[in-house]
Design a protein around this ligand. Structure first.
Ligand SMILES: C[S@@+](CC[C@H](N)C(=O)[O-])C[C@H]1O[C@@H](n2cnc3c(N)ncnc32)[C@H](O)[C@@H]1O
Length: 214
């Protein structure tokens, strides 16, 4: 019987071992993010879920070492940190769900969820690269709200603003308490995408997977 992971064996991504693991048990998602960047070599990047900028710092390191002209547009529903870098553009987007404050620290300026947040966030994200030579991104790290509708909406947003193979690194694919795991499993069983599951490939707990078009 053909394995549902047949496609992911077509690539091998080495573990760079550059970043301290995070949390308990140890998660190696920053190494997986950095390794994905080295593999895809993107110039125009999107990050959904800035939080306090820890993963944005991984993009920054990649730009400094490999793509000095690169840009990451990093989006969140609230501003917890002010990142000063030529390579980073921070923007605030609409939440997809009414209960974001149950899971995230939000401020008084929170935009409304009572709109078509997919359509509006796509506009905001595209506006952020309006003055660049492209209207599309090469890579997305998807790590926003982990509730089902948010993950589905962010996946749709990514697919609308990405070009080429549409590389998406989806975070929290192993965490039982996150809907992102369920959404990831549905994508895998629908066989709609190529999948490189870092935890399986590296035999350590990363909790993220790289998806791209077949
Ligand atoms: C798990 S944290 C991101 C962690 C960050 N990527 C890192 O590794 O340092 C999730 C973030 O997603 C943000 N968020 C929630 N809903 C969002 C949405 N609709 N769009 C973008 N970000 C969202 C939250 O405010 C929170 O800061």
């Amino acid at each position: 019987m053909e394995s549902r992971y047949a496609e992911r064996r077509m690539i091998k991504i080495d573990k760079p071992n550059q970043f301290a693991s995070a949390g308990v048990p140890s998660r190696h998602f920053r190494d997986a993010l950095y390794a994905s960047l080295l593999h895809v070599k993107p110039k125009y990047c999107l990050e959904i879920g800035t939080h306090i900028g820890q993963s944005t710092a991984v993009f920054q390191r990649y730009f400094e070492e490999h793509e000095p002209e690169g840009i990451v547009v990093t989006v969140d529903i609230t501003k917890l940190v002010n990142i000063k870098s030529e390579n980073v553009k921070q923007i605030i987007v609409h939440p997809h769900v009414p209960n974001s404050d149950e899971f995230h620290r939000v401020d008084d300026h929170l935009l409304t969820h009572e709109i078509d947040s997919v359509k509006e966030n796509i506009k905001l994200i595209q506006e952020a690269i309006r003055n660049y030579p492209t209207n599309f991104f090469d890579f997305c790290f998807l790590d926003g709200d982990h509730q089902r509708q948010s993950v589905i909406n962010d996946f749709e947003i990514s697919r609308n603003v990405l070009d080429g193979s549409q590389y998406i690194l989806l975070d929290d694919t192993e965490e039982e308490h996150h809907d992102s795991k369920r959404v990831y499993e549905e994508i895998v069983s629908s066989q709609s995408h190529n999948v490189y599951d870092f935890s399986k490939e590296w035999d350590c707990y990363c909790g993220c997977a790289l998806l791209w078009n077949k």
